[in-house]
Design a protein. Sequence first.
Length: 195
Amino acid sequence: MKKQIIQVFRNLDRVSQTDKQSVRTTFKLSNSSNNAMDWLIKKNNLKPKEIFDLMCSNESFVDVAIKTAKENPEVISTEQTRKTFVISKGVLRLLNRYSKEHELSRDVIVENLISLFKMLLGMQAEAEKLKEEKALKIVSDFWSKAESVEDQLKDLLGDESPIVVRFGYVCVILMNLEMAIKSKLSDDVPIDPDF
């Protein structure tokens, strides 16, 4: 997921400086959309402007949000709050254009964008979690085998052998990796690739 976000930001670097300029605008959003936006910001460690840039960077994604809004107009909650966001001029211009072209309010478009984006990132996070669970099993099995090899080396060479000592470092690194994967799965702690 991080690679995809980085690629989108690289593409955004090609956007004109005027479109990148920050502007303040207010949207009337449901509590669920406000909560979803907070989740997106916290989960991805991004600013609201960056979230809006990501959501609006793919026209087909925006088209899906608009199609969803048109097909399900009753989904939008009546209980909404006004919230001001800093977004880029380009995104504001895009939202205004889509609003006019499709005769939908910007609020409705943004509601659907946030909802779809959170759902998409949630699905990707779930898929990543399943892969990480499989990776944990592979690393745990490998660590068990490494411990067995370490015991064999100790029996062959003795505890003080430089081979045994260096192989011990390998075992410690495997143990740390296993613990890091477990922390990622249980507490969503990012894995440091350099540790």
